[in-house]
Design a protein around this ligand. Sequence first.
Ligand code: URA
Length: 193
Amino acid sequence: MYDNFEELRENCLNCRKCELCETRHNVVVGVGNTSARVMFIGEGPGENEDLQGEPFVGRGGKLLDKMLNAVDLDRHENIYIANIVKCRPPHNRDPKPEEQELCLDWLRNQVKLIRPKIIVCLGRISAQKLIKPDLIITKEHGMFFRKGNVLMMPMFHPAAILRNPNQKPAAFDDFLKLREKIEEICPEVYGKN
Ligand code: URA
C-alpha cells in the first residue's frame, strides 16, 4: 500500500503483475479529484483509453460525461474515475478473473487514499466484482448497497446504453437518484454544506 497518490501512480504506471502489460500502450490509472467523495469504477480500458491513458474517452465516455454534467458532476472537478483493470485486455475481451484479482490491489489502494462516500459501479463486471457476484444489473441498477462506510450503486455501462438506447431514460433516472443521495450525504460535492 502506498500512502500518497503520486507514489501509487508512479508504481502503477510501471506495473508488470499480469500479462496485460505486454500488449498495453498506456496504464490507465484514473482521472479526477483525488479527494472526491464520489468515485466511478468501470471495467477496463478500451482502445481509445489505452492510447490516451485516460478512462472513458471514447464514444461511451462522451455519453458518460454528458450524463455526469447533467447532474453537475465533472471528471476533472468533483469525482474520480477508475477501472477494475488498469490495462486494456487485447481485442476488448473481458478481463480474466486472475487479471482482475491481481489488479484490484491498485483500486483498493486508490479507494483507501480517496475515501469516497459513494462508489458507482459502471456495468456488470464492475458491479459483480465490487458489490456481489450474483448482481443482476438490469434489475438492481440504481439501488444502493452499503459496504462499511461506503454506499455502492450499480449503473448501466455507457457502452451498454449506446447498444440499447431504450435504457437511456432508466440510466438518466439513476443519475438523478445519485444526485439526491449526494445532496443527502455529501452536499459538499456541490459546494453546499
Ligand atoms: N469501458 C470501461 O469500462 N472503462 C473505460 O475506461 C472505457 C471503457
